[in-house]
Write a protein that binds this ligand. Structure first.
Ligand code: AOS
Ligand code: ZN
Ligand code: ZN
Length: 404
């Protein structure tokens, strides 16, 4: 039997980080649809992120993307976040937007461009020192479009050199999370295309180098929960960029395309000790590793809200992760392991599916009620008048959006 009060307690402790870039205008390469009331500054993005936390109670941090969120005073930005009731989470580097990076950043054949990219990554660690962030998220668009364009192996040497330099610069309580992606924008080779490549680089460097799984970055049909189980077993799962996809890197709301897959992933997280990273007693995923215990898996969202209202889109996504987590926590693991050990194929599958098919919305409504929140976060947000307020206030200036 599953202890429901323990499940509720675990759900209250969840920490889902939202990304600053989800609050700005975004779109596809065909069109960016501008929305009303979109933030114009990193400060305003943080204010929007604080709304998501206010109504869900489980989104207390916001990730930054540099230079999209460049400010003169990062300590002041961290203080602003604190005033809003949230804090700054992972720092995302950006070595994919300058013209210089056409042939790559840290793997570029030109040493001067490699140096420029590395300097940016090191600057991101300086920013982490000021914001108190634990994680540096590294995603490289580096790769090639045509066979023979550059030397595949030499590019790995350049990647290893840059990662080693970043690793060296990290403080004791800091880590980098190396993201992989199958393709795009490079269409022939990508220098970190899969979890194995990320894992191999990370394992060479040590415990402060971890793999991050963006759920939209795999070939169709890839069994992501297997990757999660494997990485957790090896102590190398640093976190997730959650989103969902029907085709490629669609960056849709997590849990929208395939809630069953999200449940299977969350089950492996729970099973592998990845959820134990958030013990009670006031410790947080951003506390120093030794205080955290567990695997330190960061649950981050990486989404682009092209057509849906952004704050509501984030609230919905947080709720989708909560629902998948609740179902994963409801799996009767003792019964499941007994069925597995006795080779009861259908019995084991039934136990697993029973948890997935449970309607956990009433349970989560109770959890919210116990946290002093409205059981319906979207309705509460809509009733708050925040949207109308920011539409009225955010006149003039440039709305934040892709590349800004
Ligand atoms: C790109 O495909 C990755 O998902 C990165 O995490 C990226 O930094 C983020 O999506 C913002 O563009
Ligand atoms: Zn990502
Ligand atoms: Zn992506």
């Amino acid at each position: 039997m599953v202890d429901t009060s323990a499940v509720k307690q675990a759900l209250r402790r969840q920490h889902i980080e939202t990304p600053s870039w989800a609050y700005g205008n975004s779109g596809t390469r065909f069109k960016v649809f501008a929305q009303q009331g979109v933030p114009r500054t990193p400060q305003e993005k943080i204010e929007d992120a604080a709304q998501v936390h206010k109504y869900t109670g489980v989104a207390p941090s916001v990730a930054l993307h540099i230079p999209w969120d460049k400010v003169d005073d990062y300590a002041a930005l961290a203080a602003h976040a604190k005033e809003q009731g949230v804090r700054i989470g992972a720092i995302n580097s950006n070595v994919f937007q300058d013209d210089d990076y056409m042939l790559g950043s840290v793997t570029n054949p030109d040493p001067a461009i490699r140096r420029k990219a590395l300097d940016h990554l090191l600057e991101c660690v300086d920013i982490m020192d000021l914001t108190g962030s634990r994680d540096l998220k590294l995603w490289f668009s580096d790769g090639t479009n045509y066979p023979g364009q550059d030397d595949i192996r030499t590019r790995q040497d350049r990647m290893a050199e840059a990662l080693a330099a970043v690793y060296e610069r990290l403080g004791d309580d800091q880590r980098f999370l190396l993201e992989y992606k199958l393709f795009e924008p490079a269409f022939y080779t990508t220098d970190v295309p899969d979890w194995g490549t990320s894992y191999a680089h990370c394992i060479k460097l040590g415990p402060k180098a971890q793999v991050v799984v963006d759920t939209g970055h795999h070939a169709p049909g890839t069994n992501i929960e297997f990757i999660v189980a494997f990485l957790l077993r090896e102590g190398k799962l640093g976190g997730f960029d959650f989103n969902s996809r029907f085709y490629a890197d669609d960056d849709l709301m997590v849990g929208a395309a395939d809630p069953f897959q999200l449940f299977r992933i969350m089950y492996e997280v729970v099973r592998g000790g990845g959820y134990d990273a958030y013990p009670g007693g006031g410790t947080t995923p951003h506390a120093p590793r030794q205080e955290r215990g567990g695997a330190g898996v960061a649950f981050m969202l990486d989404q682009c809200h092209n057509i849906e209202p952004k704050i509501q889109g984030q609230i919905r996504s947080v709720m989708n992760v909560q629902e998948a987590t609740a179902k994963a926590l409801l799996v009767d693991r003792d019964a499941l392991h007994a069925a597995q050990d006795s080779g009861d194929v259908l019995g084991a599958n039934e136990i697993f599916m029973d948890a997935y098919n449970t309607d956990v919305r009433p349970l989560l409504a109770e959890v919210r009620d116990e946290m002093g929140l409205n059981p319906d976060p979207i309705a509460a947000y809509k009733a708050s008048g925040y949207f109308d307020k920011v539409v009225a206030e955010r006149k003039g200036g440039q709305a934040a959006g892709w590349g800004a």
